[in-house]
Structure formats: structure tokens, C-alpha cells
Design a protein around this ligand. Structure first.
Ligand code: TYD
Length: 213
């Protein structure tokens, strides 16, 4: 049976990741794969309710981190694991690296506590830690991201944070990248949308060759 594949997409708000997820889905569907596109926080009815709360209600930093992981647990059990077991390709708009970047980097929440929560929530019955096999990181200067967001919709709790928050979020992503370079592909998101799209295609194709799928 075909092996399931788990790919996540990350970056600060305004980095433009969402537009490229459909492109990757198309690439896999062309080769006959079944693709599940999902997102965090969210991806199940309960996790979407938690998303509403966490994106719009002010709350304590630990509460925020716990709700992110509660939503993730539900998402993992209800959607991601069954899809991977079927051999589908799971494309996830943000996953745990966002918690390290936003709650860890941005909010300054304890990195080690996040690592404990990650183990608690993502360890499978066979003791394997579930992680995306490939994380496409759209890296962008927060100043450019802020300019792009200025013309976008009404900002949520995170999008309305000041530029230094996003500098800290970016540093959080950079730290995760440094800790796990083998699963990260960094993309320069300051390029034109077309150039970013070509880079996304390239990193996904190269990765597929590397893992032999
Ligand atoms: P985002 O993925 O950018 O969705 P949209 O494009 O619809 O705005 O929004 C999710 C927000 O949640 C984003 O600001 C990052 C934040 N977030 C965290 O703070 N921690 C997390 O663990 C996750 C998954 C997201």
C-alpha cells in the first residue's frame, strides 16, 4: 500500500503560505494521490471551535498553549492519523512549529514545556513522535509581511501584534529549523509569488526523490 505523507506549511502572518498549498495538492493529485488539506488550529469541528476562542479571546499564555495542543490532539486523532493510515497525503496549514514560533518565540512561553506538551500530544502508541516529514517554511522579513497584511482583512489576535512580536516569531521558526534541519525547507517568501511557487515545487519534488515516494 502507498505510504501516507505528512507535510506542513509555516511562516509568519503575511508570508503568503496559504496560496501555495493548493499548488502542492495539485502536484500530488496529478500523480494519482489522495490529498487531505487541513489546518491548525482547526481541522475538526471541535478544533475549529477552539480556534475561534484562541484567535479572538485574550487569555493566559499557558491557557493559549494548552488550547493549541488540545485542538491538535483532536485533529491528530480524528483526521491526520486516519488519513496517513489510509495512505493519503496530508497537507497541513501550520502545525506544532507554529506553537514553538508563536507561543514560544512570540509570547516567550517556556520552550521545554512546549517540547513536553509536544511529546504528550504527538507520541503514537508505538512510541513514535508524530511530526511532519517535510515542513515548508515561508520565511519573510516581518516589515514586508506587515505591508502585505495592511491591505488584508480584519486582523485576528495574532495578526494585530506589533512588528517585534513577528520578529520573535520568526526567530522561533529559525530555532526550530536549526533544531531539526532535516525536515525543514526554507523558502525566501520575499520573492514574487511565481518565484515562491517554483521554489515550493522544487523543494517538494526534491524531497519526494529523497524519501523515495
Ligand atoms: P493562519 O494560519 O494565518 O490562518 P488565516 O490565514 O486564516 O489567518 O492563522 C492562525 C493564527 O494562529 C496565526 O496567527 C498563527 C496562530 N497560531 C499560533 O499562535 N499557534 C499555533 O500553534 C498555531 C497552529 C497557530
Amino acid at each position: 500500500m502507498t505510504r501516507g505523507l505528512f507535510i506542513s506549511f509555516e511562516g509568519i502572518d503575511g508570508a503568503g503560505k496559504s496560496t501555495h498549498i493548493d499548488r502542492v495538492a495539485h502536484l500530488f493529485r496529478e500523480s494519482g494521490r489522495v490529498v487531505v488539506i487541513t489546518r491548525e488550529p482547526g481541522g475538526t469541528p471541535l478544533s475549529e471551535k477552539l480556534r475561534e476562542l484562541v484567535l479572538h479571546e485574550p487569555m493566559d499564555a499557558l491557557t493559549e498553549a494548552l488550547l493549541m495542543f488540545a485542538a491538535r490532539r483532536e485533529h491528530l486523532v480524528q483526521v491526520i492519523e486516519p488519513a496517513l493510515a489510509r495512505g493519503d497525503v496530508v497537507l497541513c496549514d501550520r502545525f506544532t512549529d507554529a506553537t514553538f514560533a508563536y507561543q514560544g518565540g512570540g509570547r516567550g512561553f517556556d520552550w521545554q514545556v512546549l517540547a513536553q506538551l509536544e511529546r504528550m500530544v504527538q507520541t503514537l502508541p508505538d512510541d513514535h513522535l508524530r511530526q511532519p516529514e517535510l515542513t515548508v517554511w515561508f520565511d519573510l522579513d516581518p516589515q514586508i509581511a506587515a505591508q502585505r497584511l495592511a491591505t488584508a482583512r480584519v486582523p485576528d489576535k495574532f495578526e494585530s501584534q506589533p512588528a517585534d512580536f513577528f520578529a520573535a516569531v520568526r526567530a522561533g521558526y529559525a530555532q526550530r529549523h536549526a533544531e531539526m534541519p532535516q525536515r525543514f525547507a526554507r523558502i525566501d517568501a520575499a520573492q514574487s509569488r511565481e518565484a515562491v511557487g517554483l521554489d515550493v515545487d522544487r523543494v517538494v519534488r526534491e524531497w519526494l526523490k529523497r524519501v523515495g515516494s
